[in-house]
Structures are given as C-alpha cells and as structure tokens.
Ligand binder design. Structure first.
Ligand code: ASP
Length: 232
C-alpha cells in the first residue's frame, strides 16, 4: 500500500475567490495537519509550509487539529471561509474516511479542492526492539499465536496506520489489540519506549529510528525493496 499525501483546500479557494485576488496572499495562511506533531504528515506539512512560505512571501502557520483519524481537521477545513487562507494537508485517509464513518459532516469530493500531491511514501511494519520475532515469517507466526496479547498502535480510524494494520491483520487472519493514538509522532515515542509492540508507519517517520536500531523493521509496503535498508 502506498500512501498519497495531498494538499487540499476548501473548494472556493480553487474556484474563483482566492485566485481572483491579485494581492493573495495578503495575510497569514493556516495549514491544518490532521495528526500530532512529530509524525510523517506533520513533518511533510512543515517542510511544505516552509517552502510555500518562501515562494509566496507570506507566513504559513502549521496547526495540528488532531483526532478521529484525521476527520476533525477535514471538518475544520471545510467549515472555514473558502478564501484560500485555510489549507489542509492530508493523505489516503481523505478518500477512505467516507467509507469508514457512518456520517461525516462534509463531502470530501465536493467540499475540498486538491491543490497538489506533495509526497508519496511507502509504509513499514515495525516493532519495539525487544520484540521476539526476528523476521517477517517469524512475526506472522508469533502474532498468530499471541493474537490479542500483541498491541498494534494506529493513528485512529481511517488513518494510514489503521488501514495498513487492518490489511496486515486480515492477510494473516489474526486480530491484535489495537490502540488508537493521535498520530505516529506519539506512537514512535511509545514504541521506542517499549510501551507498545507494533505499528505501521510511513518511511518518512520510520527510516531514522530503523537505522538507529531504535525500532525493529519487518516489511515495507512498496513493490520494490528499500535501497536504504537491505532487510526491507
Ligand atoms: N502516518 C499516520 C497515519 O496516518 C499519521 C501521522 O502522520 O502521524 O497513520
């Protein structure tokens, strides 16, 4: 599974209002991030905001509007004035949320306009360093035996980590104990601290800790192996 991060704004931003304004942007822009600070979406958001801010000559404030697998930030974006001063950065969750939530207060296709794709990152299945399994086949065997004794953290219903974890559990036909967080930033802290067993997260966030042996990596969700880490 590949993760697509898209940068989207409310529809009128793209329609007429903002682009018709010759002085746009004349004030600070807010970039809403659906997940906690320190995770991959937050990292990409801050890099993007920095680059955009330089080219637009205007300050971009990054705001983490966390919760409900990213839907809280999306609601904030769709409720905002469609004037181009509230932007949202999101990933695959923007398209899967409507199939996972019974009722959402927005229509992602009608209420948002995509500006552009800013990142395309594979995900990795990782565990705390002292997790008993040494290889992917080992991991499958171990978690199938232990099932709900194993904790699998995700960033909420509809987050990429939730989808990746669900895919993994369904592929091996085992239900682990899932623990919902507000983002993979705090998950990584707890994984390194060995408070949880496993998660699935974008390489954006995992490559550093994998290389520093702070977490154990089992598999990457890309069709090719990673050039950065031979075991993936
Ligand atoms: N990567 C996370 C997810 O969607 C969220 C985050 O960026 O913190 O699972």
């Amino acid at each position: 599974m590949k993760l697509l991060a898209t940068l989207a704004a409310s529809i009128a931003f793209c329609a007429t209002t903002a682009f018709a304004q010759e002085d746009y942007p004349s004030r600070t822009i807010t970039l809403l991030v659906p997940f906690a600070a320190g995770g991959p979406t937050d990292t990409i958001a801050r890099l993007t905001a920095d680059a955009m801010s330089k080219s637009l000559g205007q300050q971009i404030v990054v705001e983490n509007a966390v919760g409900a697998g990213g839907t809280i930030a999306t609601r904030r974006a769709t409720d905002a004035e469609p004037d181009g001063y509230t932007l949202l950065i999101h990933h695959v969750g923007i398209s899967t949320a409507p199939t996972l939530y019974r009722k959402l207060p927005f229509d992602t296709l009608k209420d948002l306009q995509t500006i552009g794709l800013v990142s395309d990152a594979a995900m990795t299945v990782i565990a705390r360093t002292d997790f008993p399994a040494q290889s992917f086949p080992d991991l499958v065997k171990y978690v199938k035996e232990k099932k709900d004794e194993v904790t699998f953290a995700n960033s909420g219903l509809g987050a990429a980590s939730h989808l990746c974890g669900t895919l993994f559990m369904s592929a091996i036909d085992a239900q682990l104990t899932t623990v919902a967080y507000k983002g993979n930033g705090p998950i990584m802290t707890d994984l390194i601290g060995k408070q949880i067993d496993m998660t699935c997260d974008q390489v954006t966030n995992t490559l550093g800790p994998i290389k520093q042996d702070q977490v154990k990596a089992y598999v990457i969700t890309s069709p090719e192996r990673s050039k950065d880490r031979p075991i993936l």
